[in-house]
Write a protein that binds this ligand. Structure first.
Ligand SMILES: [Zn+2]
Length: 418
């Protein structure tokens, strides 16, 4: 692929200091769970900072299913009596479920197929799984007739990961019915191991309860524009919300900080194409902001050159570098990242439509080219340990450049190289 060296050299430098200031401002607000005053403050902060560097900034309203956790419990009655600490699988069914526990491994389709072949019934059972994707695994359990699910969190130190039971929604879907119809709870890794050890010795009778309130409310995406000389657009986005009660420095304070810094350093130049900067709401609970954003613009997709996702951009605990793109963008992305950054790609993948789990998902589904460079393997994700002291600004600067480079290239290129 022949790329313009002068255009690559013209990529502006990002500042670690400025990224650190952005990150502190965002994380300083505290947990940014939707429907809270902190969410409002975050929208205000992102708007204010984008207004300083964009030609125009608007708030885009979207509907979402608001979730308030109320109660979650898990007890076993056989082979011994015991209660476990747990949290609810967000938006799972409200109510009780009782029955024998059955283990479904990682909760993948193959795990359920293997269970089916082994003759183990799911009907009226409570399915136990180790998964970070209850929104997928829960559907397989429900389809098999399970009464409820127990998810084992693989996070360390007794933490329990917060997770939702649905990602994205279909056009016209009733948001009041958002989520998994059967109840679900999440337990720590340690408690999960105890349950598995009991289960490997004989039948375990369990009972779970989940209660939560789901209401339809409205939230906002913050959308900033730097106008280009012609009609085409390149879009970059980061979700500003966090999981329930969590600081979310890596997920996604780091992406918000990167978004603001990229908008700042791009502001100095006139580009051929319009650059759009979007802080999405409602990602953690089900991709509400990005889904609404792309559906509102369904008629303009031909003019949208690519979407760059900034999510879980940089933390400072053990991680690997995962790059995902659409097929057409792969060559450009790999060449720019490999030859012009010191961010080493550990895994490269084309987006998989089944992994409907971050803000690029609906873009990919609708045929928009997309790019997501992120860190994988952060054991603290969606736990209380995802906090400011686990993000390193120098490393965040390196990761920010990885997204800026192709974003800047596509905004300015005379000829689109794919
Ligand atoms: Zn995220």
């Amino acid at each position: 692929m022949v790329l313009s060296e002068s255009l690559i050299r013209a990529t502006p430098e990002v500042s670690a200091q400025s990224l650190a200031a952005n990150l502190e401002a965002v994380c300083g607000i505290g947990p940014r769970w939707h429907g809270t005053p902190a969410e409002e403050q975050t929208i205000e902060l992102m708007s204010e900072r984008l207004r300083a560097v964009c030609d125009q900034v608007e708030l885009e309203e979207f509907p979402y299913a608001h979730y308030t956790p109320q109660a979650a419990s898990l007890q076993i009655a056989r082979p011994l009596q015991r209660s476990f600490q747990c949290v609810g699988v967000q938006y799972s069914g409200a109510g009780l479920a009782a029955g024998e526990l059955v283990y479904a491994g990682q909760g993948n389709q193959e795990d359920f197929q293997a269970l089916g072949q082994s003759g183990a019934p799911l009907r009226e059972r409570i399915v136990l799984m180790r998964t970070n994707r209850p929104y997928q695994a829960g559907r397989y359990a429900q389809a098999g007739g399970a009464a409820g699910i127990v998810v084992i969190s693989d996070s360390p130190f007794g933490t329990i990961r917060q997770m939702t039971s649905q990602m994205g929604y279909e056009p016209g879907e009733d948001l009041a019915a958002f989520g998994l119809p059967i109840p679900g709870v999440i337990v720590s890794r340690e408690d999960g191991e105890l349950l598995l050890s009991l289960l490997s010795a004989g039948p375990v009778e369990g009972r779970i309860e989940h209660r939560g309130i789901v209401e339809i409310r409205r939230s906002h995406n913050v959308v900033g524009y730097q106008w280009g000389k012609e009609g085409q657009r390149v879009l970059i986005g980061a979700h500003y919300d966090t999981q329930y009660g969590l600081d979310g420095a890596w997920d996604n304070g780091s992406g918000c900080a990167a978004l603001l810094e990229i908008a700042r350093v791009c502001a100095g130049s006139a580009a051929k194409r319009t650059r759009v900067f979007c802080a999405f709401g409602g990602e953690e609970i089900g991709l509400f902001g990005s889904t609404a954003f792309i559906r509102h613009r369904a008629g303009e997709l031909a003019g949208l050159l690519a979407y760059f996702n900034l999510d879980s951009t940089s933390g400072d605990v053990p991680y690997t570098h995962d790059l995902q793109t659409t097929e057409r963008l792969a060559g450009l992305a790999r060449e720019l990242v490999t030859a012009h950054t010191d961010w080493r790609i550990t895994t490269f993948r084309n987006f998989n439509l089944l992994d409907h789990e971050q803000d690029a998902a609906e873009f990919v589904k609708l045929g928009v080219e997309a790019f997501w460079a992120h860190e994988e393997g952060n054991a603290f994700f969606h736990t209380v340990y995802d906090r400011l002291d686990t993000v390193d600004a120098a490393k965040l600067a390196r990761a920010t450049r990885v997204a800026l480079l192709p974003f800047h290239y596509l905004a300015h290129a005379e000829v689109v190289p794919f």
